[in-house]
Ligand binder design. Sequence first.
Ligand SMILES: Cc1cc2nc3c(=O)[nH]c(=O)nc-3n(C[C@H](O)[C@H](O)[C@H](O)COP(=O)(O)O)c2cc1C
Length: 191
Amino acid sequence: MFTELVMKTRSYRNFDNSVRLSARELTRWIDLCRFTPSSANRQPLKFAYAFRPEDCERILPHLGWAGYLTEKPPYPGKEPAAYILICNDTSISPNCPDTDVGICAQTIVLAAMEAGIGACMIGSINKGALSEIFSLPETIVPRLIIALGAPAEKVVLTDAVDGNIKYYRNEAKTHYVPKRPLSEILLPEIK
Ligand SMILES: Cc1cc2nc3c(=O)[nH]c(=O)nc-3n(C[C@H](O)[C@H](O)[C@H](O)COP(=O)(O)O)c2cc1C
């Protein structure tokens, strides 16, 4: 079951935004992050969320979507229903490792997918604009945002051929994600 969840937890960039998310669901997923590993157990990450359509609308223009695609998702009417912003509290840790951010992000997207909600981690963000929208003090620095909503697109895993890892879409807008084969990522055994 865990394997299935991992396979199903793809990056979704188009959503059925008639399915709305509540503060309760978002905070439940954020709450899980308290129980994840953290470098030196510093736990410097802070989380903000947005779910009201008018707030989500303000956030969208400050995110970079799907660098490899020319036609950028989300398509009109398929915008995310909510966001979770992961920030570093620099008063606790001036340089929180990316590992802490990644662990929390993956925990959130797995928990969301378990509830049928898709997500996309977005590192390409306008930090200044997001700080303003979320009224963040200077010590709280945005690191990653997670877009969330009911998936409204098909994402298919494929094998990466000749090291080509660029995701692409066909005419039906199915999103294909090439993954390197095990033989390519496995290093030789100890001699
Ligand atoms: C740290 C991180 C940052 C990412 N930033 C972006 C981003 O700015 N925009 C975007 O559309 N996708 C972003 N992604 C999603 C990746 O493009 C996606 O994980 C990759 O294409 C593989 O697809 P998969 O998640 O379905 O396996 C990011 C993923 C990670 C882990």
